[in-house]
Design a protein around this ligand. Structure first.
Ligand code: ADP
Ligand code: ZN
Length: 287
């Protein structure tokens, strides 16, 4: 059996093929331009590399409501060429095989859950802090989902007192979590990228405060076994002790949680999490 994966990101699509044990045999990537151009490359790829099922993780928002007419669509994205694009429908029209369709963040969460930092845990929360902020929650092997997928990257936080003047960069909410803490917010504040700021810059304490607030909210709502962070901004490893300290302070002994250094942790699979998870979900789609 051959398994396929599509990690559809805002800047690039990654396609991959593996055997049934998730050993990756081939991988290719295409820039995210228009559906006509990018999807033609995806179709050509899987014509050359036939598979028995495909796991798809897409940038979004996407519709995951199986009862809705737009199930499997990319919906309200600022990338206008992709707005209301029937991603899953287009795939099905080309290849009549089983699919697992979910968000880009969920496939990475699934990879970490099965093969990364979340191995052996039942309930994992995965966040990515990069160009945007996104989250996926897996409870007993299933993605948490209601009317559609959660959008925990856009929760509302309190401004750090040292950051009161900053209005945030989220095109929808301004100063939501993503607006205050994703990579582009750092560029807006400093005129340079996060990786160009000194790790000892006081800003990282402000960043840690926002991320800790998000962890407090998520802990109160979900009580996960572990909170796993990936994405470009989280490559700043000094953030982890800062977030952990700040989280303990903000939680103020209200609820208990796992030992803090094992509770708020960095991803293990890094950039492979998405493809690994998508391949595993393709396998799940065949079962
Ligand atoms: P994407 O979210 O587009 O998939 P990334 O997770 O790599 O991609 O996030 C990119 C964002 O993270 C950019 O805003 C970039 O400036 C920021 N970034 C990348 N590397 C670092 C780093 N080492 N430290 C801080 N910020 C970083
Ligand atoms: Zn927002």
């Amino acid at each position: 059996m051959k398994l396929g994966a599509i990690e559809a990101g805002g800047t690039k699509f990654v396609c991959a093929v593996s055997d049934e044990n998730i050993n990756v045999e081939d991988r290719a990537q295409f820039p995210t331009t228009t559906p006509a151009e990018t999807m033609a490359q995806v179709f050509a790829y899987f014509e050359q590399h036939p598979v028995d099922a495909i796991g798809i993780g897409s940038f979004g928002p996407v519709s995951l409501n199986q009862d809705a007419d737009n199930y499997g669509f990319i919906t309200n994205t600022p990338k206008l060429a992709w707005k209301n694009y029937d991603f899953l429908g287009a795939m099905k029209a080309h290849f009549d095989i089983p699919y697992y369709f979910t968000t880009d963040v969920n496939v990475a969460a699934y990879g970490e859950y099965q093969a990364g930092a979340g191995r052996g845990k039942k309930n994992i929360l995965y966040w990515t802090v990069g160009t945007g902020v996104g989250a996926g929650y897996i409870q007993n092997g299933e993605f948490l989902q209601g009317y559609s997928h959660p959008e925990m990257g856009h929760i509302l936080l309190r401004h750090d007192p040292r950051d009161l003047g900053f209005e945030g960069v989220c095109p929808y909410h301004g100063d939501c979590f993503e607006g205050l803490a994703a990579g582009p917010s750092i560029e807006k504040r400093f005129g340079k990228k996060g990786n160009e700021l000194d790790p000892s810059n006081e800003f990282w304490e402000i960043e840690a405060n926002y991320i800790a607030q998000a962890c407090v909210n998520a802990t109160l709502i979900l009580r996960p076994d572990i909170i796993i962070f990936g994405g470009g901004v989280m490559k700043q490893s000094q953030l982890f002790p800062q977030i952990q300290t700040e989280f303990v302070k903000q939680m103020a002994d209200y609820v208990d949680f796992p030992e803090i250094s094992n509770y708020i942790v960095h991803v293990e699979l890094g950039d492979d999490a998405g493809i690994t998870g998508a391949l595993m979900l393709a396998k799940k789609a065949t079962e």
